[in-house]
Design a protein around this ligand. Structure first.
Ligand code: PCA
Length: 323
């Protein structure tokens, strides 16, 4: 073999070897590319690429482009993708513990959301493991408030309103307030409002801002009902196939992403509420009467959740309340 051919062959072989070693994972995410969750996911992916020296490259697919929100958990569980992010509370019907962050008026601030998440972490990790998933990190949405296309001062004003829900807790809340729920993923909100399928919802300022809700509704009422969380999970076999060094890299990047996500969520709260105002919406606190009535409904939903979640659920709430 001529020397330069030998070198070329060696280079080709080296390239082949390194390509064969580098693993690529797909990471579906359900929310808009510009949303902080997606941006944090991308920074997490970048961190993993750097920390593993390029051995593991994660490609983020935002906006529900690879799998829609409702399909993501199953896609990870079954190994169709190795990693992804999901609003776990929308799987509360599978496992009550997944819905703890959406129990109305249990944890109503960023601080409380972090505390509740920490109190329930060990149980959540076990539940996810039973579902063939490894927990990596979770990030709270900003506090939840109501969007209506009219002035609403009490629960009576909600009667008969067509309401967009995103999990079973928001559907139950609609029922208990006399509204008519339809479950719709965030990516489909604009269309659902534009076609009149729904006319109201409860969500963060962030999602209303991402979906330009001012084009469809007039009023936002801050209620700070709860802060649901998005959870990033890995297929258990994919996780176990990683060597310890790479697992450590993912765990470290996950800790970074959790901190960054919390910070970005806090930052995004005022920014997006101001964005709703700039779009022409009225943004104000819910009336005292509305809050009082909602808290009564919240107490009923808390009791319902505790009944479903049993001793395990009670233990998480006790740890959360004790500290
Ligand atoms: N946005 C998501 C979940 C909670 C939130 O603030 C949504 O509306 O689908």
């Amino acid at each position: 073999m001529k020397p330069h051919i030998a070198i070329m062959a060696a280079v080709a072989m080296a390239t082949t070897v390194s390509v064969a070693q580098a693993e690529t994972w797909d990471m579906p995410m359900a929310y808009a590319d510009g949303n902080f969750h997606t941006q944090v996911g991308k920074q997490f992916a970048q961190c993993v690429g750097t920390a593993t020296g390029g051995d593991l490259e994660i490609t983020v697919h935002g906006g529900g482009s690879l799998f829609k929100g409702g399909e993501i958990k199953r896609a990870i569980q079954t190994g169709q993708v190795q990693i992804g992010e999901r609003l776990l509370s929308s799987h509360q019907n599978e496992e009550p513990v997944y819905g703890i962050d959406s129990v109305p008026f249990l944890a109503t601030s960023f601080e409380a959301s972090e505390k509740l998440s920490a109190a329930g972490r060990d149980t959540l990790v076990e539940k996810l493991k039973d579902d063939n998933l490894h927990y990596l990190y979770s990030v709270p949405w900003p506090p939840q408030g109501f969007y209506f296309n009219k002035e609403v001062n009490s629960v009576a004003d909600m009667e008969g309103v067509k309401f967009r829900s995103y999990n079973s807790a928001t559907a139950r809340l609609a029922e208990l307030t006399g509204m008519v729920p339809t479950q719709i993923e965030a990516a489909e909100i604009s269309q659902a409002f534009a076609t009149g399928v729904v006319e109201a919802m409860i969500s963060s300022g962030a999602t209303g801002y991402d979906r330009k809700l001012w084009e469809h509704v007039s009023n936002f009422y801050a209620v700070d009902g709860w802060l649901p969380r998005n959870t990033v999970m890995v297929n258990l076999e994919a996780w176990e196939d990683l060597d310890e060094g790479h697992q450590n890299a993912l765990t470290a990047c996950a800790a970074m992403a959790a901190d960054l996500g919390l910070y970005r969520s806090m930052q995004y709260t005022d920014f997006t509420l101001n964005g709703l105002r700039a779009g022409g919406m009225s943004v104000e606190d819910a009336s005292e009467q509305m809050v009082t009535e909602l808290k009564e409904i919240g107490a009923q939903m808390t009791a319902e959740w505790l009944e479903a979640a049993g001793d395990e659920g009670q233990a998480i709430v006790d740890t959360f309340s004790a500290e």
